[in-house]
Design a protein around this ligand. Sequence first.
Ligand code: DP6
Length: 399
Amino acid sequence: MPEDRTEQPHIVTCTAPVNIAVIKYWGKRNEDIILPINSSLSVTLHQDQLKTTTTVATSRSFQEDRIWLNGKEEDITHPRLQSCLREIRRLARKRRNDGDSGVDSASLSHKVHICSVNNFPTAAGLASSAAGFACLVYSLARVFGVEGELSGIARQGSGSACRSMYGGFVQWIMGNKEDGKDSLAQQVEPETHWPELRILVLVASAERKPVGSTSGMQTSVKTSCLLKHRAESVVPGRMVEMTEAIRKKDFAAFAELTMKDSNQFHATCLDTYPPIFYLNHVSQQIISLVHRYNKHYGETRVAYTFDAGPNAVIFTLQQHVPEFVHMVQYFFPPETNGADFIKGLPVNCASLSEELKQGIGLEPMPKGINYIISTKAGPGPRVVEDPTQHLLLSDGFPK
Ligand code: DP6
């Protein structure tokens, strides 16, 4: 391909989703290229509610690689950003040398400008690094004209990011090679597989998490023998059971495994020395509420899972959403009872019977939850075709 001599940047914009693990990743066997000590499995959340948007521009007039995140210029020399940039350029060069005519040789020698925003608060602890790195890698690949398997590169930005490269239900197979070539994400079922499944993100606090996942899991690997036991003897069986529950759309099995795995992950945090606490009194109240609700009906209708922060992610079936949301609203009375409390997919009205409220038997905890985002499983990263959506102007600088 002849070199493009024009000064006009080549601009691409993409979006990528957040994912929530139902079998948790916690612990690395290689810190540099991010190889995990166990496989994990997640559900990709719908981008209509939660997504990262990234614009990448390349131009021969750019002096250096630069990045702007949520309106602020950040340090491009961050090792994980550098890993992703290096690996994408390496892959593009390899493809070009193998004769792939799709690779844009001109832009390969150019510097990049990257601009990225989330449509949700970064500090809310909603796995923004997963969507962020997935979007970065997907957009860089598009700008250089690289297609195909990219989860191995996204993994080197943030482990959980590899699972955001696919929609629906996704597993990250830990692999066993030293070079990590077999540590990749794979779709288990597409987002259309289980249309009744609904996801509610209960945002308990918009504060930053006290211990980040990267350093938290480092200490866990060093000090927790429960984590070692979990990785070696518990997760392999759970991966098989979880895949089976999803394939059969067996909600009770899916829900029980999800809750048990979240609880075990937090148990390994407590087994870490010094211990790490991600759950707070609001999280504990949500756990009680879910178990009491399920017990009241004598069946597992709702499940919770928590990552490295106090926000709960709830799984349930469509038919139970209105009642459960109203339960949350009743037991965590918000500051304003307005529509602002529920964002995302609309939730129908429901009334709570006195019998149900009595049966749950919990003291309401005012203002414990800021708001709920109602969503479902969704697709993987996408290219945004509309050029008015670019986050960089035609000169390659942020709007
Ligand atoms: C609790 O992917 O954020 O959300 O690989 O160090 O970037 P790094 O960690 P990260 O860890 C996510 C941990 C988790 C569980 C999960 O998503 O599987």
